[in-house]
Design a protein around this ligand. Structure first.
Ligand code: URA
Length: 431
């Protein structure tokens, strides 16, 4: 086969600020996926993209080339409309757990292909694997049957979806080129477009515990992804949400499942409920149900029924006891006042060090490890009140977790007055 382009020419063009054509991008992604373009060349290209950026057409071409690198799921045989959610990830972000069954309880299919945690942000599959018997891997037949039945599926993505992204993402991870908006947007959206969902709601986070700290950069990422989805025929909306503070009162795996079940039972922390309801309304509106009574579905237990069916369908026992930690360590308030700050990033790192997260993709997680937060910013506390509890399987893990919470001026503070609280949902981005 005669190759139509030379990788070095394309790298030079991008390095010098040029624009790549559709044919060039199609070839580059295909040649990289089949191993003709070497990792070293693609590393140089991703760095050139990181430094020079990409135009709108280039990002679209890159996304569609990655979609074309693998299979596309087809839900046309399903007698339900499909809708999905993607979060850019954060600390204590368990929203998928209550959200998927809540939305599915209205007869809409929610195919949630999820990942595992890496670093300080947790993974939805790790959380659900706290439930005895629950399994993340499904055959295509099981996946389709579950969508037709309970309607909500949270499972591992097969290796056939956007394989070019898988290869490219691993390369970016080791070449300091993860944080480029064209590369993040095309990576996320190629998987969602290949997944075949009819509509998509993006939860794009900003703040200390988010992938992007700066709200302006998160907005740019959200706008790019909304445009990519819309142009590819996936009705897409994004919410820009605050990740300065952990979501809810639990960070970990089993404890996050417990909190999600509380939300499904009509309780749970106000921020988790607010975001779950806001995302559910967006998903249901895109699925043609703008007036769905989402509060009612939580209050009536209908969403809980779907949760139980969804967990059972994947081998889990929704009534089984969740794993309990062997060791706990309580941190108390040193004085009276108001909890003023609670920074997501150090709490995420501490939970990770306790064993809730993994440093390498192949490492196991400790399902009972994590942190329970007893107070949230704005809450009045008295000296000696518990502020949070660390959980681990081995007490030897506590010192390094506490170190993460004490570094850089501390993960939390108590003041005399309640500081102004920022809204959880900053904006809504549409095409
Ligand atoms: N998640 C992805 O799937 N891809 C990225 O590039 C970043 C986050």
């Amino acid at each position: 086969m005669v190759e139509p382009f030379d990788a070095v020419d394309l790298i030079k063009a991008k390095r010098d600020g040029g624009t790549l054509s559709t044919a060039q991008i199609d070839w580059l992604v295909d040649a990289y996926t089949r191993g003709y373009v070497a990792d070293a060349q693609m590393s140089a290209m991703t760095m050139a993209i990181f430094l020079r950026g990409m135009g709108r057409d280039e990002v679209r071409d890159l996304t569609l080339a990655m979609v074309a690198s693998g299979e596309r799921l087809d839900f046309s045989g399903l007698a339900k409309v499909t809708t999905d959610k993607h979060s850019t990830g954060g600390v204590g972000d368990k929203i998928t757990l209550p959200l998927a069954p809540l939305v599915a309880s209205f007869g809409v299919a929610v195919p949630q292909l999820s990942g595992r945690g890496l670093g300080h942000t947790g993974g939805t599959l790790d959380k659900l694997e706290s439930i005895p018997g629950w399994r993340a891997s499904l055959t295509n037949e099981e996946f389709m049957a579950q969508l037709a039945g309970p309607g909500a599926v949270v499972c591992a993505a097969g290796s056939g979806l956007a394989p070019a992204d898988k290869k490219l993402y691993a390369l970016r991870d080791v070449t300091a080129t993860v944080e480029a908006i064209p590369l993040i947007a095309s990576s996320i959206m190629s998987k969602k477009i290949a997944e075949g969902t009819a509509s998509l709601v993006l939860d794009v986070k900003f703040g200390s515990g988010a992938f992007m700290q700066d709200p302006a950069r998160s907005r740019e990422l959200a706008e790019t992804m909304v445009r990519l989805g819309t142009d590819a025929g996936v009705a897409t909306v994004a919410l820009l949400t605050n990740m300065d503070v952990p979501l809810g009162r639990t960070i970990g795996n089993a404890n996050e499942v417990r909190e999600s079940v509380e939300v499904l039972a009509g309780g749970g922390p106000a921020d988790v409920v607010e975001l779950t309801l806001a995302l559910a309304r967006e998903m249901l509106a895109l699925a043609g149900l703008p007036d769905a009574d989402v509060d009612g579905a939580l209050a009536s237990g209908r969403a809980m029924d779907t949760w139980r069916a969804m967990i059972r369908a994947q081998g889990g026992d929704p009534d089984a006891a969740l794993p309990a930690p062997r060791e706990s360590h309580v941190v108390t308030a040193p004085r009276d006042g108001v909890l003023a700050t609670q920074h997501a990033l150090p709490f995420g790192i501490a939970a990770w060090r306790l064993g809730a997260g993994r440093a390498r993709a192949e490492d196991p997680v400790v399902h009972a490890a994590g942190i329970d937060l007893h107070a949230k910013p704005g809450d009045a506390v008295r000296a000696g009140d518990p502020l949070f509890t660390l959980h681990a399987d081995d007490a030897a893990r506590f010192p390094r977790a506490l170190e993460a919470l004490e570094a850089l001026g501390g993960a939390w503070s108590i003041e005399d007055e309640a500081p102004a609280q920022h809204p959880l949902i900053l904006d809504r981005i549409t095409a």
